[in-house]
Design a protein around this ligand. Structure first.
Ligand code: FAD
Length: 459
């Protein structure tokens, strides 16, 4: 087995050492400078794979699990609100057309109603000069659409699906290296040697880890994690509704916050949508044991009936634990974290996947920037830019989560006065643009930092 030699002058280096039972990998048996390895074929990993393909890279994408297939006749319960900035980005890299051909629903209004208050805070696309704020999309549609777009690149896209990593070792170009708990001293000469159950062995100086909240690669790279579990679960119910009632809400996503926690509506179309119910863990556990008909009775007494009517059928139910997780570093020991592997948030404001797609946008922009010659410098800029943005959102959503769920008088006062703050037009517009992916302010700060790096010759 020959020793791995990084491609000189290139940010990335990837080499297939042993092909194993795979065919079509022969071109990669010499080290390649424009090839990357990505772990995880969720929405974030697939979007990153497509973005690299669009930049002219060869991509090896690995996921040990079978992907959930999209089905025309049944809706995936996991429906996400993808903001317009991320949808535009997916369009730019060639993925949106495939996703939209499956099933998407634009939304142009977002409303928030607290308790018995008269005031409803309404955010509209029109007030920030947009056609829509974003799109409701099933997880399965995102995955399938992005996968199809990647597959259109033929041999440049290698998908290692439903096979296992049997060994992964961090090695040193000059000899052997024993990974410690701290950052590796000079990361330039380090690389991962990864062995798969099919006999494939590859060497790479960069593992892009988009392998979800329980990331295997985060653990391999010894990246520590801060975890805050909320004493709350979220139940999602896919419902068929009476279009006469829900037609008016087909492009509006609403949230009703009462003393027992928030209830929300994610419209799939005029006669179908997902009801979200956030509550204490024992309450959601008890609700999960009910039959669809018994659950319907609970919905009838807990949701605003003028918005969903009484004539609806519950088709699917699932519930999810909620936690805020934060990796302490996004780049360590040649592993770079993206998406839920780096951060998870309370889903109250529909930001989790959107943050992951912002990670993808950031990394893609930096890789496309010819002024970066050094992977380490690039990864540090990525890590600092995304850590700040994601952490700010995580903190904000934690405050919001507790304020929405808590029964304390302080939280109640906060909820009841939120409409006053959001009534200030400039604050409302800033919040709306930020939630919808506008990061111009943050980009400005990052660009100042990059100019300083360039002046110091570290770029
Ligand atoms: C109730 C709820 C509602 C939500 N609503 C919204 C919303 O409206 N909007 C929004 O933006 N976000 C929302 N989110 C958040 C969103 O679901 C996640 O942020 C998003 O799915 C994360 O995508 P990902 O690709 O990073 O991770 P995942 O979707 O978890 O994908 C990770 C992939 O990695 C694979 N994998 C696992 N182990 C390995 C390994 N060892 N090697 C390689 N691959 C591996 C997995 O098989 C999987 O395919 C919600 C979350 C919840 C719980």
């Amino acid at each position: 087995m020959s020793r791995f030699t990084a491609v000189p002058g290139s940010k990335t280096s990837l080499q297939v050492v042993t092909v194993g039972s795979h065919s079509g990998l022969e071109a990669l048996t010499t080290a390649q400078g424009k090839a990357v390895f990505i772990a995880g074929a969720g929405c974030v990993g697939l979007a990153q794979a497509l973005a690299f393909l669009d930049l002219g890279y060869t991509v090896i994408l690995h996921d040990p699990k079978a992907l959930t297939p999209w089905q025309a006749e049944s809706t995936d319960l996991k429906v996400f609100a993808v903001n317009h900035v991320n949808a535009d980005f997916l369009n730019k890299i060639g993925g949106w057309e495939k996703i939209a051909a499956l099933r998407v629903n634009p939304y142009n209004q977002l409303s928030l109603h607290v308790g018995d208050q008269e005031q409803t805070t309404l955010f509209t696309a029109e007030e920030v000069n947009l056609e829509q704020l974003g799109y409701m999309v099933e997880n399965a549609a995102l995955v399938q659409g992005l996968l199809q777009a990647c597959q259109a690149y033929g041999d440049k896209f290698v998908f290692l699906n439903q096979i296992e990593v049997t060994d992964a070792q961090l090695k040193y170009l000059g000899g052997s290296f024993s990974i410690g708990n701290n950052y590796a001293p000079d990361s330039k000469d380090l690389y991962w040697q990864i062995t798969f159950s099919t006999g494939l062995v590859l060497n790479t100086n960069l593992v892009i880890a988009a392998d979800g909240a329980n990331s295997y690669w985060r653990q391999k790279a010894k990246i520590a994690l801060d975890i805050h579990s909320y004493p709350t679960r979220c139940m999602m119910m896919l419902v068929d509704t009476d279009p006469e009632v829900t037609q008016a809400y087909a492009h509006l996503t609403w949230q009703q916050v009462d003393q027992d926690g928030p209830k929300a509506w994610l419209p799939v179309n005029a006669s179908q949508g997902v009801l979200c119910w956030y509550d204490q863990i024992p309450t959601i556990n008890a609700l999960s044991k009910l039959s669809p008909e018994q659950l319907k009775q609970k919905v009838l007494t807990n949701y605003p009936l003028e918005k969903i009517g009484t004539n609806f059928t519950i088709r699917q139910v699932g519930s999810f634990p909620l936690a805020r997780q934060r990796a302490k570093h996004y780049w360590q020991n040649k592993v770079l974290l993206l998406g839920d592997a780096a951060h998870t948030v309370s889903p109250l404001a529909g930001q989790g996947l959107n943050l992951g797609l912002q990670d993808v946008q950031c990394l893609t922009r930096l890789f496309a920037d010819p002024s970066f010659r050094d992977l380490h410098a690039l990864a540090l800029v990525y890590a600092s830019e995304r850590f700040v943005d994601n952490s700010l959102m995580q903190e904000f959503l934690s405050v919001l989560h507790h304020a929405y769920i808590s029964r304390s008088p302080l939280a109640k006062a906060f909820r009841e006065n939120m409409y006053r703050v959001s009534g200030i037009t400039s604050v409302k517009h800033y919040a709306l643009n930020y939630a919808n992916g506008d990061r111009s302010l943050l980009r400005g700060f990052s660009e100042i930092g990059q100019n300083v790096l360039a002046l110091l010759g570290k770029k």
